[in-house]
Design a protein around this ligand. Structure first.
Ligand SMILES: [Zn+2]
Ligand SMILES: [Zn+2]
Length: 359
């Protein structure tokens, strides 16, 4: 029940984890060691203790709770403050726990947020004191003060220290490359726990995409990861963007130029014609299917122009295949073994047909 309310309020799925954290934080105490049965000093009832739980509870309080809970909430991102800006659920529970203290003999079994409204809520505490199971419902008043957090004030102010430019050599950036770059950016931002870890703007240009990043070091890290994963060339440039306290302020641009060749493109590398099999690692296969490392490749056929077709005839030195566009039989020099009916990759360079064995 408490969980549901909590979830409804913060629309997050971390309730169980947070509650177990809360139970841990509640400083669960050890059970008292009893030696022999004795009598309560006040009422004379049999008990393991000097004073029986009933008499103890009549005279002493075993917990204290300050029912005025005050938290600062950022109206932009919804996070709340408890030492630092964190998710609202955790910040609220932290604050509630700071307002709750208890006798070490009062062993807390459950500590749950039972109800939560705009301005108030209810905590349910279950525990054991001297063998007695006790349940308390603690209403509290909630005061939420709205204050824009540091990150949001920078983010919404358009703050950025760095630009990552994603470009591609002689071609448009592929959809999967845009998606991968974006997920690398998002992952890195999520991991970075500081107020300038954000994208303040994304600009799509004719030549590529610009990502405006709040933090310079983070931008550098992201740019390197994109370069590593997508393959390309990373360059860095600095520009003075203003002055602060007598010192120049720089904005750094990290430009990643993705390689022209992609998996499936055909390149000419020296005297070899190669089908690119791993664009990031720079690998390809030649017309006989043998692997090579790319040295100075130039794209001669884009993957869109490499088509599948079939072998219709083979002899000692010639392979006959169907031209996939005209369906005419074409003769090609034989560079490796083929069998009739085998699928091959077909392309033309300056009107001359070539085939690669199917990988
Ligand atoms: Zn007693
Ligand atoms: Zn915020």
């Amino acid at each position: 029940m408490g969980c549901d309310l909590l979830n409804r309020w913060i629309a997050d799925g971390t309730c169980d984890r947070e509650l177990s954290k809360i139970l841990l934080k509640a400083k669960i105490s050890d059970s008292p060691i009893s030696i022999s049965m004795r009598r309560c000093a006040i009422c004379g009832a049999e008990t393991d203790y000097e004073i029986c739980p009933k008499c103890y509870l009549e005279r002493y309080t075993i917990y204290e709770f300050n029912p005025y809970i005050e938290i600062k909430v950022c109206p932009k991102c919804g996070r709340a403050y408890s030492g630092k800006w964190i998710d609202k659920e955790t910040a609220l529970m932290d604050t509630i726990l700071k307002n709750f203290t208890h006798d070490l003999e009062f062993k807390i079994l459950r500590f749950e947020l039972e109800e939560l409204g705009e301005n108030n809520g209810l905590i349910r505490v279950e525990g054991v004191f001297r063998g007695e199971k006790l349940t308390y419902e603690l209403p509290f008043e909630l005061r939420q003060k709205f204050e824009v957090c540091e990150r949001c004030s920078r983010l919404y102010g358009g703050y950025f220290e760095s630009i990552i430019q994603l470009r591609a050599e002689n071609r448009a950036i592929e959809e999967y490359e845009v998606e991968r770059a974006r997920s690398l950016i998002d992952e890195s931002i999520e991991k970075a726990d500081y107020p300038t870890a954000f994208i303040s703007k994304i600009v799509e240009r004719k030549e590529g995409i610009d990502y405006y990043i709040g933090d310079r070091n983070l931008a550098k890290k992201i740019a390197r990861r994109i370069e590593e994963e997508l393959g390309g060339k990373l360059t860095e440039s600095k520009k003075i963007s203003g002055r602060k306290d007598g010192r120049d302020i720089y904005r750094t641009t990290y430009s990643i130029r993705l390689r022209e060749y992609r998996n499936g493109d055909v390149v000419r590398d020296g005297t070899k014609i190669l089908l690119v099999t791993n664009a990031v690692k720079g690998k390809g296969v030649d017309l006989s299917g043998k692997s090579h490392v790319l040295k100075n490749p130039k794209v001669i056929a884009k993957k869109e122009h490499v088509k599948r077709t079939f072998v219709v005839n083979v002899d000692k030195s010639v392979v006959e295949v169907l031209n996939p566009t005209t369906q005419e039989v074409v003769q090609i020099e034989k560079r490796t073994d083929y069998s009739i009916g085998e699928e091959v990759l077909y392309f033309e360079d300056k009107g001359k047909p070539y085939i690669f064995p199917e990988l």
